[in-house]
Design a protein around this ligand. Structure first.
Ligand code: SF4
Length: 257
């Protein structure tokens, strides 16, 4: 999962985000990549179709429901998921394209404009491209990111191939030398840093050994252990920017080191 590269497509309503994602997905698929997508839904509306069987199961009180057919599967759960959990759920892909998620600042971003002024509010320093409709003069757009026409999908796919990077988890631990994951994301996009410098990018960086045997941990469990231990240790007096933590628990005699 950590090798999957992520890019978010942001823009205001009716800017053409979905169309951009459709054409980018087709182009990257044509180039041989496996693609996943996640859409941000801001409105409170039913995801399931009213009066379908799964909808009726949920109305009756089921907290999770699934429908499995010979070619597709769908799951419905009555709780929000984090972007990271949703990405993990989609499994190993080459790229995952997010639609929306304007507040997410730890992934590469593509801005889709309707109006030249929008670039200010949509920019967060991690944009790899600004897409411009034919109605706007590119000269009027103030940005350091490459400006391309909204229909230049091949150029966009080239940028995604060369600039997108795996999800930075938002721990803001500072171990990479940047104060936050957002700063690190901006440095990666500028070409000043590599995502592999994030200590969580390598699954080898979080190990769980029980009775001398290494237990494979991935995704959510790895994050949970790392976040909990890091948070606890960082709050201790005398600890500054922990770079490597080793924790040994001897359960038999209740001696904890
Ligand atoms: S090491 Fe990774 S998790 Fe920590 S601040 Fe840097 S990018 Fe974020």
């Amino acid at each position: 999962m950590l090798k999957t590269k992520i890019v978010s497509v942001v823009g205001f309503k009716k800017s053409g985000k979905t169309m951009v994602i459709e054409s980018l997905t087709k182009e990257l698929t044509k180039r041989g990549y496996a693609i996943g997508t996640v859409k941000h839904g801001s409105e409170k509306h039913a995801v399931d179709t009213p009066r379908k069987d799964t909808w009726r199961h949920m109305q009756a009180g089921s907290k999770a429901s699934a429908i499995l057919t010979p070619t597709e599967s769908a799951f419905f759960i009555t709780k929000p998921l984090s972007v990271r959990d949703a990405i993990a759920f989609l499994g190993e892909r080459d790229f995952i394209i997010l639609e929306g998620f304007k507040s997410l600042d730890t992934v590469a971003r593509i801005i889709v404009l309707k109006d030249a002024e929008e670039v200010k509010s949509l920019s967060n320093g991690a944009e790899i491209a600004v897409l411009i409709p034919p109605t706007i003069d590119p000269v009027s757009i103030k940005t350091d990111a490459p400006k391309i026409r909204i229909d230049e999908v091949e150029k966009l796919a080239d940028l995604v191939e060369s600039k997108a990077f795996p999800f930075l988890n938002g721990f803001d631990c500072g171990s990479c030398g940047y104060r936050s994951c957002a700063e690190m994301a901006q440095a990666i996009v500028r070409g000043a840093e590599k995502a592999s410098k994030c200590v969580y990018m390598n699954e080898e960086n979080v190990k769980l050994i029980v009775n001398g045997k290494e237990i494979p941990i991935k995704g959510f469990v790895q994050d949970f252990i790392a976040r909990t231990v890091l948070g606890m240790v960082s709050s201790l007096k005398g600890v500054e920017e922990p770079k490597r933590i080793e924790l040994l628990i001897k359960n038999g005699d209740l001696l904890h080191e």
